[in-house]
Design a protein around this ligand. Structure first.
Ligand SMILES: C[S@@+](CC[C@H](N)C(=O)[O-])C[C@H]1O[C@@H](n2cnc3c(N)ncnc32)[C@H](O)[C@@H]1O
Length: 280
């Protein structure tokens, strides 16, 4: 797919699951909060500082930082998808976050001034721009010289079977093309060497890359399946387009693949992120 078509499809995919992200937010907070807390801890935002969250989704990683910078500091919550950003704004209001502003921003072309940010946070976003080198160059531009960058990406599929089971099944059944090496997508920044190359290529010093493991916990198979269809932007759209027989066959194939992770009625499936931090 050429880059412009990819950019359109990427926006459509995330717009289409914004409702799912808002609906499953409490579940996500519980299970993935460990990654949000680690990113904020690594960036260490201080009272009075300006924090920019990129690809914020419902905004929860940034909201942790908003508390740390206090009323003298500020958070700029951004996302490519207006629907995701609207969800973040509702969440921020409900959480009483008073020092945040909200803006639609494409990581590849940020409508933000040079040298205006102390901290950039991004959980699971840098894998999706068509040109990640451009997204890191933009990040370097908006950060002050001593600014800090802290972001999470997914480790390779074999360490994230919770998502790979569905993705591999859709590829095996011919519904999605197998991912090309280096192409944008969930596992595009799964290798520390590629991350280091992109970060230093944008002018940052050598970053630290920490592997962090946690577990996805699902109440039953329906919970697992709706976890995919509610949240997995690009895959969810493909699943919605399947005819009923093919949908059932796909579900059953995925159910078989994750069977070894069942615990009682539910499933506990390991997940691994790479948390990268540096700058300054
Ligand atoms: C997997 S979700 C992560 C959401 C949130 N950061 C979290 O951790 O809960 C990916 C997010 O990246 C956003 N996104 C995708 N491509 C983007 C781009 N080029 N610029 C900014 N945001 C982008 C999507 O709209 C979506 O909200």
């Amino acid at each position: 797919m050429d880059q412009d078509r990819y950019r359109e499809a990427n926006l459509d995919a995330w717009e289409s699951v914004s409702g799912g992200w808002e609906k499953r937010r409490p579940w996500l907070l519980d299970i993935t909060g460990v990654i949000a807390r680690k990113l904020v801890e690594d960036a260490d935002p201080k009272p009075g500082e300006t924090v920019l969250e990129l690809a914020a989704g419902t905004g929860d990683t940034g909201f942790l930082a908003a508390k740390a910078v206090g009323s003298e500091g500020r958070l700029i919550t951004t996302d490519l998808s207006p629907a995701m950003l609207a969800a973040a704004e509702r969440t921020g209001a409900a959480e009483g976050i008073a020092n945040a502003s909200y803006k639609v921003v494409d990581m590849e072309a940020m409508d933000l001034a040079d040298d205006t940010t102390d901290v950039v946070l991004c959980r699971w976003g840098y894998m999706f721009p068509a040109d990640p080198a451009q997204a890191f160059a933009e990040t370097r531009r908006v950060l002050r010289d001593d600014g800090r960058l802290s972001f999470a990406t997914w480790a390779p599929p074999q360490k994230n079977f919770w998502a790979a089971a569905a993705g591999a099944t859709l590829a095996a059944r011919g519904h999605v093309a197998p991912p090309e090496p280096g192409a944008p997508g969930m596992f595009a920044l799964a290798e520390p060497d590629r991350i280091r190359g992109l970060v230093t290529g944008a002018g940052f010093p050598e970053p630290r890359v920490d592997e962090v493991e946690f577990e996805y916990r699902y109440a039953d198979f329906e919970d697992y399946w709706t976890g995919i269809t509610d949240l997995a932007g690009p895959l969810a759209q493909v699943i919605v387009g399947l005819d009923p027989d093919e949908l059932e066959a796909t579900r059953e194939q995925v159910r078989g693949l994750i069977e070894s992770f069942s615990e009682g009625d539910g499933y506990v499936i390991p997940a691994t992120c790479l948390c990268t931090s540096g700058g300054g």
